[in-house]
Design a protein around this ligand. Sequence first.
Ligand code: AMP
Ligand code: MG
Length: 409
Amino acid sequence: MIPVEEALERILARVGVLGDEQVPLTRALRRVLAGSVVSSLDVTPWPNSSMDGYALRSADTRRASTTAPVRLSVSGRVAAGHVATRALGAGEAFRIFTGGPVPDGADSVIPQEDVSKDGGAIVVSRPVKTGDFIRPQGEDMRAGDGVLDRGRLLGPAEIGLLAALGRCQVRVLRRPRVGVLSTGDEIVDLGGHPGPGQILNSNTYSLMAQIDEAGGEPISLGVAADRLGDIEARLRWGLDCDLVISSAGVSVGEHDFVKAALERLGAEQHFWLVDMRPGKPIAFATIPSAGKRALPVFALPGNPVSAMVTFELFVRPALLRLGGHARLQRPMVRAIAEAPIANPGRRRGYLRVTLSVGEDSGYRARLTGDQSSGILRSMVAADGLAVVPGDTTVEAGGTVPVILLRDVR
Ligand code: AMP
Ligand code: MG
Protein backbone atom coordinates (compact mmCIF):
# COMPACT_ATOMS: atom_id res chain seq x y z
CA MET A 1 0.00 0.00 0.00
CA ILE A 2 1.44 3.39 -0.97
CA PRO A 3 0.54 6.94 0.12
CA VAL A 4 -1.66 9.10 -2.09
CA GLU A 5 1.24 11.45 -2.92
CA GLU A 6 3.42 8.59 -4.11
CA ALA A 7 0.57 7.23 -6.24
CA LEU A 8 0.10 10.63 -7.85
CA GLU A 9 3.81 10.91 -8.57
CA ARG A 10 3.82 7.54 -10.29
CA ILE A 11 0.84 8.60 -12.38
CA LEU A 12 2.15 11.99 -13.45
CA ALA A 13 5.53 10.52 -14.34
CA ARG A 14 3.73 8.50 -17.02
CA VAL A 15 1.26 11.01 -18.41
CA GLY A 16 2.33 13.62 -20.94
CA VAL A 17 0.58 16.51 -22.67
CA LEU A 18 -1.44 15.70 -25.80
CA GLY A 19 -1.08 17.43 -29.16
CA ASP A 20 -2.94 20.56 -30.21
CA GLU A 21 -5.61 21.59 -32.65
CA GLN A 22 -7.12 24.76 -34.04
CA VAL A 23 -10.59 25.89 -33.00
CA PRO A 24 -12.64 28.97 -33.82
CA LEU A 25 -12.40 31.59 -31.09
CA THR A 26 -16.11 31.15 -30.45
CA ARG A 27 -15.49 27.50 -29.47
CA ALA A 28 -12.44 28.17 -27.32
CA LEU A 29 -14.11 28.69 -23.93
CA ARG A 30 -12.70 26.30 -21.26
CA ARG A 31 -10.02 25.09 -23.67
CA VAL A 32 -6.31 25.28 -22.89
CA LEU A 33 -3.98 27.49 -24.87
CA ALA A 34 -1.37 25.46 -26.79
CA GLY A 35 1.18 28.23 -27.22
CA SER A 36 1.91 31.52 -25.56
CA VAL A 37 0.37 34.59 -27.16
CA VAL A 38 2.41 37.67 -27.98
CA SER A 39 0.49 40.79 -28.86
CA SER A 40 0.80 41.78 -32.51
CA LEU A 41 -0.88 45.13 -31.94
CA ASP A 42 -0.95 48.14 -29.70
CA VAL A 43 -4.28 48.09 -27.89
CA THR A 44 -5.47 50.82 -27.80
CA PRO A 45 -3.99 51.63 -31.23
CA TRP A 46 -3.80 55.42 -30.73
CA PRO A 47 -4.40 57.86 -27.88
CA ASN A 48 -8.11 58.33 -27.45
CA SER A 49 -10.55 60.09 -25.20
CA SER A 50 -11.98 58.29 -22.17
CA MET A 51 -14.77 60.86 -21.80
CA ASP A 52 -17.24 62.88 -23.80
CA GLY A 53 -15.78 66.37 -23.66
CA TYR A 54 -13.29 68.65 -25.37
CA ALA A 55 -9.74 67.99 -26.54
CA LEU A 56 -7.43 70.92 -25.89
CA ARG A 57 -3.90 72.05 -25.12
CA SER A 58 -3.30 72.02 -21.38
CA ALA A 59 -0.94 75.02 -21.73
CA ASP A 60 -3.92 77.14 -22.83
CA THR A 61 -5.59 76.52 -19.47
CA ARG A 62 -2.57 76.95 -17.21
CA ARG A 63 -3.84 80.20 -15.70
CA ALA A 64 -7.57 79.40 -15.85
CA SER A 65 -9.57 79.98 -12.65
CA THR A 66 -13.13 80.77 -11.67
CA THR A 67 -12.28 84.45 -11.51
CA ALA A 68 -10.24 84.40 -14.73
CA PRO A 69 -11.74 81.65 -16.93
CA VAL A 70 -10.28 80.85 -20.36
CA ARG A 71 -12.35 80.80 -23.56
CA LEU A 72 -11.46 78.31 -26.25
CA SER A 73 -13.21 78.27 -29.60
CA VAL A 74 -14.69 74.92 -30.54
CA SER A 75 -13.47 74.44 -34.10
CA GLY A 76 -13.50 70.68 -34.70
CA ARG A 77 -15.25 67.46 -33.82
CA VAL A 78 -14.03 63.87 -33.35
CA ALA A 79 -16.58 61.14 -32.80
CA ALA A 80 -15.56 57.52 -32.12
CA GLY A 81 -14.72 55.86 -35.43
CA HIS A 82 -13.62 59.14 -37.05
CA VAL A 83 -10.43 61.16 -37.10
CA ALA A 84 -9.84 64.91 -36.98
CA THR A 85 -9.17 66.43 -40.38
CA ARG A 86 -6.51 68.80 -39.07
CA ALA A 87 -4.35 69.46 -36.04
CA LEU A 88 -5.64 71.49 -33.14
CA GLY A 89 -4.05 74.92 -32.73
CA ALA A 90 -3.49 77.24 -29.78
CA GLY A 91 -6.67 78.68 -28.28
CA GLU A 92 -8.80 75.93 -29.82
CA ALA A 93 -10.83 73.04 -28.49
CA PHE A 94 -12.29 70.10 -30.48
CA ARG A 95 -15.50 68.43 -29.42
CA ILE A 96 -14.56 64.81 -28.72
CA PHE A 97 -16.45 61.66 -27.69
CA THR A 98 -15.39 58.56 -25.76
CA GLY A 99 -13.14 56.43 -27.97
CA GLY A 100 -12.47 59.29 -30.38
CA PRO A 101 -8.77 59.58 -31.45
CA VAL A 102 -7.13 62.57 -29.80
CA PRO A 103 -6.27 65.06 -32.56
CA ASP A 104 -2.67 66.11 -33.21
CA GLY A 105 -1.87 69.21 -31.23
CA ALA A 106 -4.14 68.29 -28.29
CA ASP A 107 -2.66 66.81 -25.13
CA SER A 108 -5.67 66.49 -22.80
CA VAL A 109 -9.42 66.25 -22.59
CA ILE A 110 -11.80 68.09 -20.28
CA PRO A 111 -15.12 66.36 -19.60
CA GLN A 112 -18.15 68.22 -20.97
CA GLU A 113 -19.68 68.56 -17.49
CA ASP A 114 -16.63 70.58 -16.38
CA VAL A 115 -17.08 73.42 -18.89
CA SER A 116 -19.75 75.92 -19.68
CA LYS A 117 -20.65 76.85 -23.21
CA ASP A 118 -20.68 80.31 -24.65
CA GLY A 119 -21.84 80.33 -28.27
CA GLY A 120 -19.13 78.65 -30.33
CA ALA A 121 -16.71 78.57 -27.41
CA ILE A 122 -16.23 76.75 -24.14
CA VAL A 123 -15.32 78.40 -20.89
CA VAL A 124 -12.73 76.61 -18.78
CA SER A 125 -12.31 77.75 -15.20
CA ARG A 126 -9.53 75.47 -13.97
CA PRO A 127 -6.18 74.28 -15.30
CA VAL A 128 -6.30 70.96 -17.17
CA LYS A 129 -3.43 68.54 -16.58
CA THR A 130 -1.49 67.17 -19.52
CA GLY A 131 -2.79 63.68 -20.35
CA ASP A 132 -6.11 64.12 -18.51
CA PHE A 133 -8.79 61.71 -19.78
CA ILE A 134 -6.56 60.41 -22.55
CA ARG A 135 -6.04 56.67 -22.82
CA PRO A 136 -2.50 56.38 -24.15
CA GLN A 137 -1.61 54.21 -27.11
CA GLY A 138 -0.89 50.65 -25.95
CA GLU A 139 -2.61 51.26 -22.60
CA ASP A 140 -3.86 47.67 -22.54
CA MET A 141 -1.20 45.86 -24.59
CA ARG A 142 1.82 46.85 -26.63
CA ALA A 143 2.92 45.01 -29.76
CA GLY A 144 5.50 42.48 -28.59
CA ASP A 145 4.07 42.07 -25.06
CA GLY A 146 3.63 38.46 -23.93
CA VAL A 147 -0.02 38.46 -22.91
CA LEU A 148 -1.07 34.82 -22.35
CA ASP A 149 1.00 31.80 -21.36
CA ARG A 150 0.81 28.31 -22.76
CA GLY A 151 -1.40 26.15 -20.55
CA ARG A 152 -3.76 29.02 -19.75
CA LEU A 153 -7.37 28.00 -19.32
CA LEU A 154 -9.44 30.21 -21.61
CA GLY A 155 -12.25 32.07 -19.90
CA PRO A 156 -14.36 34.98 -21.12
CA ALA A 157 -11.62 37.57 -20.44
CA GLU A 158 -8.96 35.61 -22.35
CA ILE A 159 -11.39 35.17 -25.26
CA GLY A 160 -12.03 38.92 -25.28
CA LEU A 161 -8.32 39.61 -25.26
CA LEU A 162 -7.74 37.25 -28.20
CA ALA A 163 -10.56 38.97 -30.07
CA ALA A 164 -8.96 42.37 -29.36
CA LEU A 165 -5.85 41.01 -31.09
CA GLY A 166 -7.87 39.85 -34.09
CA ARG A 167 -7.42 36.14 -33.49
CA CYS A 168 -10.46 34.35 -34.90
CA GLN A 169 -8.78 30.95 -34.61
CA VAL A 170 -6.88 29.69 -31.59
CA ARG A 171 -4.50 26.79 -31.13
CA VAL A 172 -5.60 24.81 -28.11
CA LEU A 173 -4.67 21.44 -26.67
CA ARG A 174 -6.73 18.50 -27.77
CA ARG A 175 -9.32 17.31 -25.27
CA PRO A 176 -8.36 13.89 -23.94
CA ARG A 177 -10.69 11.11 -25.13
CA VAL A 178 -11.46 8.91 -22.17
CA GLY A 179 -13.00 5.45 -22.36
CA VAL A 180 -15.19 4.45 -19.41
CA LEU A 181 -15.94 0.79 -18.71
CA SER A 182 -18.22 -0.45 -15.98
CA THR A 183 -17.88 -4.06 -14.91
CA GLY A 184 -19.98 -6.45 -12.87
CA ASP A 185 -22.56 -9.18 -13.46
CA GLU A 186 -24.99 -7.20 -11.35
CA ILE A 187 -24.75 -4.01 -13.42
CA VAL A 188 -27.52 -3.25 -15.90
CA ASP A 189 -27.04 -0.24 -18.13
CA LEU A 190 -29.59 2.52 -18.53
CA GLY A 191 -32.52 1.42 -20.63
CA GLY A 192 -32.40 -2.10 -19.19
CA HIS A 193 -34.42 -3.48 -16.31
CA PRO A 194 -32.50 -4.86 -13.33
CA GLY A 195 -33.42 -8.50 -12.72
CA PRO A 196 -33.03 -10.26 -9.37
CA GLY A 197 -29.75 -9.26 -7.72
CA GLN A 198 -29.03 -6.56 -10.28
CA ILE A 199 -28.69 -2.78 -10.02
CA LEU A 200 -28.56 0.08 -12.49
CA ASN A 201 -25.22 1.38 -13.72
CA SER A 202 -24.47 4.71 -12.12
CA ASN A 203 -20.65 4.75 -12.22
CA THR A 204 -20.42 5.14 -15.99
CA TYR A 205 -22.49 8.28 -15.78
CA SER A 206 -20.92 9.94 -12.75
CA LEU A 207 -17.48 9.22 -14.22
CA MET A 208 -18.41 10.51 -17.69
CA ALA A 209 -19.65 13.70 -16.07
CA GLN A 210 -16.43 14.05 -14.05
CA ILE A 211 -14.43 13.56 -17.26
CA ASP A 212 -16.46 16.19 -19.03
CA GLU A 213 -16.02 18.58 -16.11
CA ALA A 214 -12.25 18.03 -16.24
CA GLY A 215 -12.18 18.94 -19.94
CA GLY A 216 -12.12 15.42 -21.37
CA GLU A 217 -14.37 13.74 -23.94
CA PRO A 218 -16.00 10.74 -22.30
CA ILE A 219 -16.69 7.63 -24.36
CA SER A 220 -18.69 4.79 -22.83
CA LEU A 221 -17.25 1.33 -23.35
CA GLY A 222 -20.43 -0.19 -21.98
CA VAL A 223 -20.79 -2.72 -19.19
CA ALA A 224 -18.71 -5.89 -19.02
CA ALA A 225 -19.79 -9.00 -17.17
CA ASP A 226 -17.44 -10.43 -14.53
CA ARG A 227 -15.67 -12.54 -17.17
CA LEU A 228 -12.08 -12.12 -18.17
CA GLY A 229 -12.82 -12.35 -21.90
CA ASP A 230 -15.63 -9.81 -21.76
CA ILE A 231 -13.57 -7.27 -19.81
CA GLU A 232 -10.57 -7.75 -22.07
CA ALA A 233 -12.65 -7.28 -25.22
CA ARG A 234 -14.20 -4.05 -23.99
CA LEU A 235 -10.90 -2.66 -22.78
CA ARG A 236 -9.49 -3.46 -26.24
CA TRP A 237 -12.27 -1.32 -27.68
CA GLY A 238 -10.83 1.59 -25.70
CA LEU A 239 -7.23 1.16 -26.83
CA ASP A 240 -7.27 4.17 -29.13
CA CYS A 241 -8.48 6.49 -26.38
CA ASP A 242 -6.03 8.77 -24.60
CA LEU A 243 -6.93 7.28 -21.23
CA VAL A 244 -9.20 4.48 -20.02
CA ILE A 245 -11.05 4.08 -16.73
CA SER A 246 -12.82 0.99 -15.47
CA SER A 247 -14.83 0.63 -12.31
CA ALA A 248 -15.30 -2.37 -10.02
CA GLY A 249 -13.83 -5.86 -10.19
CA VAL A 250 -10.43 -4.70 -8.95
CA SER A 251 -10.32 -6.20 -5.42
CA VAL A 252 -9.25 -9.66 -4.42
CA GLY A 253 -12.60 -11.37 -4.90
CA GLU A 254 -12.94 -14.45 -7.08
CA HIS A 255 -14.93 -12.37 -9.53
CA ASP A 256 -12.44 -9.55 -9.85
CA PHE A 257 -10.90 -9.86 -13.32
CA VAL A 258 -9.92 -6.33 -14.27
CA LYS A 259 -6.25 -6.67 -13.33
CA ALA A 260 -6.00 -10.00 -15.11
CA ALA A 261 -7.62 -8.51 -18.22
CA LEU A 262 -5.13 -5.64 -18.15
CA GLU A 263 -2.29 -8.15 -17.90
CA ARG A 264 -3.62 -9.95 -20.97
CA LEU A 265 -3.41 -6.63 -22.82
CA GLY A 266 0.26 -6.33 -21.88
CA ALA A 267 -0.30 -3.67 -19.23
CA GLU A 268 2.41 -2.71 -16.81
CA GLN A 269 0.93 -2.12 -13.35
CA HIS A 270 2.39 0.78 -11.36
CA PHE A 271 0.40 0.40 -8.15
CA TRP A 272 -2.71 -1.22 -6.84
CA LEU A 273 -3.37 -0.34 -3.22
CA VAL A 274 -3.36 3.24 -1.94
CA ASP A 275 -3.57 4.36 1.66
CA MET A 276 -6.91 6.10 1.53
CA ARG A 277 -10.52 5.71 2.42
CA PRO A 278 -12.76 5.44 0.52
CA GLY A 279 -11.17 3.56 -2.33
CA LYS A 280 -8.18 1.48 -1.34
CA PRO A 281 -8.06 -0.82 -4.36
CA ILE A 282 -7.28 1.39 -7.30
CA ALA A 283 -4.87 0.16 -9.92
CA PHE A 284 -2.91 2.32 -12.31
CA ALA A 285 -1.34 0.71 -15.34
CA THR A 286 -0.03 1.64 -18.75
CA ILE A 287 -0.50 -0.38 -21.90
CA PRO A 288 2.49 0.05 -24.22
CA SER A 289 1.73 0.39 -27.90
CA ALA A 290 4.02 0.52 -30.92
CA GLY A 291 4.55 3.97 -32.40
CA LYS A 292 2.66 5.93 -29.77
CA ARG A 293 2.81 6.68 -26.10
CA ALA A 294 1.61 4.08 -23.61
CA LEU A 295 -2.09 4.25 -22.73
CA PRO A 296 -2.76 5.10 -19.07
CA VAL A 297 -5.49 2.96 -17.50
CA PHE A 298 -7.13 3.41 -14.11
CA ALA A 299 -9.00 0.51 -12.57
CA LEU A 300 -11.19 2.27 -10.03
CA PRO A 301 -13.14 0.60 -7.24
CA GLY A 302 -16.80 -0.16 -7.84
CA ASN A 303 -18.51 1.55 -4.96
CA PRO A 304 -20.04 4.70 -6.39
CA VAL A 305 -18.38 7.05 -3.89
CA SER A 306 -15.01 5.29 -4.08
CA ALA A 307 -15.09 5.56 -7.86
CA MET A 308 -15.81 9.29 -7.73
CA VAL A 309 -13.28 10.06 -4.99
CA THR A 310 -10.46 8.09 -6.62
CA PHE A 311 -11.32 9.89 -9.87
CA GLU A 312 -10.92 13.19 -8.04
CA LEU A 313 -7.58 12.33 -6.51
CA PHE A 314 -5.91 10.49 -9.37
CA VAL A 315 -7.74 10.58 -12.69
CA ARG A 316 -8.56 14.28 -12.67
CA PRO A 317 -4.93 15.44 -12.32
CA ALA A 318 -3.90 12.96 -15.03
CA LEU A 319 -6.61 14.29 -17.35
CA LEU A 320 -5.63 17.88 -16.66
CA ARG A 321 -2.01 17.00 -17.42
CA LEU A 322 -3.02 15.33 -20.71
CA GLY A 323 -5.04 18.41 -21.57
CA GLY A 324 -2.10 20.72 -20.92
CA HIS A 325 -3.44 22.52 -17.84
CA ALA A 326 -0.81 24.30 -15.81
CA ARG A 327 -2.71 23.72 -12.58
CA LEU A 328 -3.58 20.12 -11.73
CA GLN A 329 -4.96 20.36 -8.21
CA ARG A 330 -8.24 21.56 -6.82
CA PRO A 331 -7.95 24.46 -4.39
CA MET A 332 -7.33 23.37 -0.80
CA VAL A 333 -8.84 25.45 2.01
CA ARG A 334 -8.73 25.24 5.79
CA ALA A 335 -12.10 24.89 7.48
CA ILE A 336 -13.24 24.88 11.08
CA ALA A 337 -15.04 21.71 12.14
CA GLU A 338 -18.56 22.55 13.34
CA ALA A 339 -18.80 19.15 15.03
CA PRO A 340 -16.16 16.43 15.48
CA ILE A 341 -14.86 14.97 12.20
CA ALA A 342 -13.69 11.47 13.00
CA ASN A 343 -11.67 9.11 10.87
CA PRO A 344 -11.74 5.89 12.87
CA GLY A 345 -9.91 3.75 10.30
CA ARG A 346 -6.17 3.25 9.89
CA ARG A 347 -6.14 4.67 6.37
CA ARG A 348 -6.10 8.37 5.55
CA GLY A 349 -9.65 9.62 5.20
CA TYR A 350 -11.07 11.77 2.43
CA LEU A 351 -14.29 12.55 4.19
CA ARG A 352 -17.25 14.16 2.52
CA VAL A 353 -18.11 17.48 4.09
CA THR A 354 -20.64 20.22 3.52
CA LEU A 355 -19.07 23.67 3.73
CA SER A 356 -20.53 26.99 4.71
CA VAL A 357 -18.96 30.40 4.97
CA GLY A 358 -19.03 31.95 8.42
CA GLU A 359 -19.43 35.60 9.38
CA ASP A 360 -15.64 35.91 9.48
CA SER A 361 -15.59 34.70 5.82
CA GLY A 362 -13.84 31.49 6.91
CA TYR A 363 -15.07 28.03 5.94
CA ARG A 364 -17.00 25.78 8.32
CA ALA A 365 -17.10 22.03 7.64
CA ARG A 366 -19.62 19.42 8.67
CA LEU A 367 -19.61 15.72 7.74
CA THR A 368 -22.32 14.88 5.22
CA GLY A 369 -23.37 11.99 7.45
CA ASP A 370 -22.67 8.29 6.97
CA GLN A 371 -19.37 7.94 5.12
CA SER A 372 -20.15 4.53 3.64
CA SER A 373 -18.75 4.31 0.13
CA GLY A 374 -22.05 3.26 -1.35
CA ILE A 375 -23.92 6.42 -0.44
CA LEU A 376 -24.09 8.61 -3.54
CA ARG A 377 -26.27 11.12 -1.74
CA SER A 378 -23.28 11.94 0.45
CA MET A 379 -21.44 13.02 -2.73
CA VAL A 380 -24.42 15.11 -3.71
CA ALA A 381 -24.14 16.88 -0.35
CA ALA A 382 -20.34 17.16 -0.44
CA ASP A 383 -18.77 20.53 -1.20
CA GLY A 384 -15.36 19.17 -0.33
CA LEU A 385 -13.26 16.32 0.96
CA ALA A 386 -11.75 16.80 4.42
CA VAL A 387 -8.35 15.18 4.62
CA VAL A 388 -7.93 13.47 7.99
CA PRO A 389 -5.05 11.17 8.99
CA GLY A 390 -5.90 7.63 10.12
CA ASP A 391 -7.19 7.09 13.67
CA THR A 392 -7.71 10.83 14.11
CA THR A 393 -10.60 12.99 15.19
CA VAL A 394 -10.71 16.69 14.44
CA GLU A 395 -12.64 18.10 17.39
CA ALA A 396 -15.32 20.76 17.02
CA GLY A 397 -13.56 24.12 16.60
CA GLY A 398 -10.40 22.49 15.23
CA THR A 399 -9.24 23.16 11.69
CA VAL A 400 -9.07 20.64 8.90
CA PRO A 401 -7.75 20.89 5.33
CA VAL A 402 -10.49 20.47 2.75
CA ILE A 403 -10.22 19.85 -0.99
CA LEU A 404 -12.79 22.20 -2.56
CA LEU A 405 -14.97 20.31 -5.02
CA ARG A 406 -17.19 23.22 -5.95
CA ASP A 407 -18.06 26.82 -5.20
CA VAL A 408 -19.74 27.29 -1.87
CA ARG A 409 -22.62 29.70 -1.73
P1 AMP B 1 -16.69 -4.34 -6.66
O1 AMP B 1 -15.60 -3.36 -6.69
O2 AMP B 1 -16.84 -5.10 -7.94
O3 AMP B 1 -16.59 -5.23 -5.47
O4 AMP B 1 -18.01 -3.50 -6.46
C1 AMP B 1 -18.23 -2.78 -5.28
C2 AMP B 1 -19.66 -2.30 -5.20
O5 AMP B 1 -19.88 -1.33 -6.19
C3 AMP B 1 -20.69 -3.39 -5.44
O6 AMP B 1 -21.71 -3.26 -4.48
C4 AMP B 1 -21.19 -3.11 -6.81
O7 AMP B 1 -22.48 -3.57 -7.03
C5 AMP B 1 -21.08 -1.61 -6.91
N1 AMP B 1 -20.91 -1.19 -8.29
C6 AMP B 1 -20.00 -1.68 -9.14
N2 AMP B 1 -20.11 -1.12 -10.35
C7 AMP B 1 -21.13 -0.25 -10.27
C8 AMP B 1 -21.72 0.64 -11.21
N3 AMP B 1 -21.30 0.73 -12.47
N4 AMP B 1 -22.75 1.41 -10.79
C9 AMP B 1 -23.19 1.32 -9.51
N5 AMP B 1 -22.66 0.51 -8.59
C10 AMP B 1 -21.64 -0.28 -8.96
MG1 MG C 1 -17.89 -6.77 -8.46
